[in-house]
Structure formats: structure tokens, C-alpha cells
Design a protein around this ligand. Structure first.
Ligand SMILES: Cc1cnc(Nc2cc(F)c(C3CCN(C)CC3)c(F)c2)nc1Nc1ccc(F)c(N2CCCS2(=O)=O)c1
Length: 273
């Protein structure tokens, strides 16, 4: 047989489609570090000729607060999500050396929404921001349909796939709402900055789809605080409309806040025309 056949990755091992072999995962650079652990840019290159895909690999730093159980839950969550507006799970890599599991995801080249906004401050127009806002709503609507609460919706956790596509990332704090309840109560206060937390999440540690809506209002504020109104004065009426949507997201009483589907309509209909 030509040696090419034997050079091929081991064809006889049970090839689960989502197991990545560590020996083919080539480290390129660190994308980010946080209290969760680290995310690295790697190339998965079984042929060893640089034709493999770029992937984002998340690894739990063993000494960090987040436990292995949390990380397993995050892997369980992201591998169950299939939506254009949520970062895609590609698989896992068992790193034998460090007895740890790595989460392999699609690589989005433009980075976090925060970094993107800072870099493109000059020419990001209000229409683009609303397109991003409506995509985040669609992602959250899908997440809600799976009974998940994200619990950490913030511009830092939104990734930019292209100039016209953003995706929700980082499901480290995501929880499933029990079938008999409308909210999830955590046992100890979270580590996330409280600025994004709804009042009931701070006072009663309660998280629901409506507390995610509150956080979405903060994300809208983050998006539009990057726009300086002076550059498009004729759009002042537009800012009042966005402001009124934010205020609806920030209703003190969670029942009075809009759902993600009605937010979606609000943005698509009277703002994206
Ligand atoms: C899954 C995934 C896919 N693609 C990407 N692309 C990506 C591409 C980039 F150029 C950058 C930056 C851009 C700026 N320069 C200076 C450094 C690299 C970048 F940061 C990310 N990143 C992913 N994850 C990820 C990475 C890094 C993270 F800090 C966090 N997180 C942050 C808060 C919780 S978090 O864990 O979600 C998620």
C-alpha cells in the first residue's frame, strides 16, 4: 500500500465525529484568559500540512474557581445548541498529559463585540448595531426555547463572526430552568459584575428569561454607548426609540419586561426599516 494510506489518521479507531486528537491540535496563540480558564487559537491539522481548520480551544485552568463539574456542564450545554447565532461546538479533546478535557469550538476571527466596537468605532452605524442586537435576540430566543438561562449576557460574551454576524458565546454560567418553575435560584452569589444583573438576581439570586432580558438591555446600552450621536444628528429620534426599548428591559418587575420575541419584533419592525 502507498505510505499515504498508513500516514492517514488511525482509520481503525472508533472515530466519534467530535473527538479531536491532541497530537494534531497545533497551538497558535492565546485568545483570552479569565476566571474560567483560557481560550487558545489552534489549528487542527491531522495531515500536518497546515491545511487543517482553525479552532478555538477552551481549557479549564485546574486552580481556577470553576470546577471540572461546571466545565462538563458547559460542554454539555454548548454541544446541545444548534443555532446560527450561537458559537458552534466542534468537539472535545482529552489531553492525556494534563488529565483534562478541552472544549473545541469554531473560531470566529473578529473577536469579542467589545473589541470590535472599539476598533470600528468610526464606521459602525446604527443599522449595523441593530442588526447585531436582533441577532442576539434570535440567539436568546433559541436558548430560551431550550429552557436555558444564560446568566452572563454581556457584550464581552458576544463574538463577531463577520461584519454582518455576531454569535453568543461562553455558556459557563448557563443553567436549565426546572420544568415546574419559571426561574433558577443559585445557591451562592455569582462572580460576574453586578452591573449586568437584574434586581431579583442580586436580591434573591433568581435568574430567569426575564433576567436575561434585563442583561440584554445592558448589552443594548453597551452597543449604543459606542455610537456618538454627533456623527448622525438626524438619527436622534432613533436613539429615543432604542432608549425606550432599554427602559422596557429595565422594568423593576420582571413580568413587565418584554420577551425576546417581542424585542425581536420591536427591533426588526420599527427600527430596522
Ligand atoms: C469560542 C471562540 C471562538 N472564536 C473566538 N475568536 C476570537 C478571536 C480574536 F481575535 C480574539 C481577540 C481579539 C483581540 N486580540 C487582542 C486578542 C484576540 C478573541 F478574543 C476571540 N473566540 C472564542 N472564545 C473566546 C476567546 C477569548 C475569550 F476571552 C473569550 N471569552 C471572554 C469572556 C468569557 S469568554 O471565555 O467567552 C472567548
Amino acid at each position: 500500500k502507498s505510505d499515504g494510506f498508513w500516514r492517514r489518521p488511525n482509520m481503525f479507531k472508533k472515530q466519534q465525529q467530535d473527538v479531536f486528537e491532541e497530537r494534531y491540535l497545533r497551538f497558535i496563540s492565546i485568545l483570552g484568559k479569565g476566571n474560567f480558564g483560557s481560550v487558545e487559537l489552534c489549528r487542527y491539522d491531522p495531515w500536518g500540512d497546515n491545511t487543517g481548520d482553525l479552532v478555538a480551544v477552551k481549557e479549564l485552568q485546574s486552580n481556577k474557581q470553576a470546577t471540572m463539574a461546571d466545565f462538563q456542564r458547559e460542554i454539555q450545554t454548548i454541544s446541545s445548541l444548534h443555532c446560527d447565532y450561537i458559537v458552534k461546538y466542534k468537539g472535545i479533546c482529552y489531553s492525556t498529559g494534563r488529565l483534562s478535557t478541552k472544549l473545541v469550538m469554531e473560531y470566529l476571527p473578529y473577536g469579542s463585540l467589545i473589541g470590535y466596537m472599539e476598533k470600528h468605532r468610526q464606521n459602525v452605524c446604527t443599522r449595523r448595531l441593530l442588526l447585531f442586537a436582533s441577532q442576539i435576540c434570535k440567539g436568546m430566543e433559541y436558548l430560551q426555547s431550550m429552557r436555558y438561562v444564560h446568566r452572563d449576557l454581556a457584550a464581552r460574551n458576544i463574538l463577531v463572526a463577520s461584519d454582518t454576524l455576531v454569535k453568543i458565546a461562553d455558556f459557563g454560567l448557563t443553567k436549565i430552568i426546572p420544568v415546574d418553575k419559571e426561574y433558577y435560584r443559585v445557591t451562592q452569589p455569582g462572580e460576574s459584575p453586578v452591573f449586568w444583573y437584574a434586581p431579583e438576581s442580586i436580591s434573591e439570586l433568581k435568574f430567569s428569561h426575564k433576567s436575561d432580558v434585563w442583561s440584554f438591555g445592558i448589552v443594548l446600552h453597551e452597543l449604543f454607548s459606542y455610537c456618538d450621536i454627533s456623527r448622525n444628528p438626524k438619527r436622534v429620534i432613533f436613539f429615543f426609540q432604542v432608549h425606550s426599548i432599554m427602559m422596557q428591559c429595565w422594568e423593576f418587575n420582571s413580568e413587565d419586561r418584554p420577551s425576546f420575541s417581542s424585542l425581536q419584533d420591536l427591533i426588526e419592525n420599527n427600527l430596522l426599516d
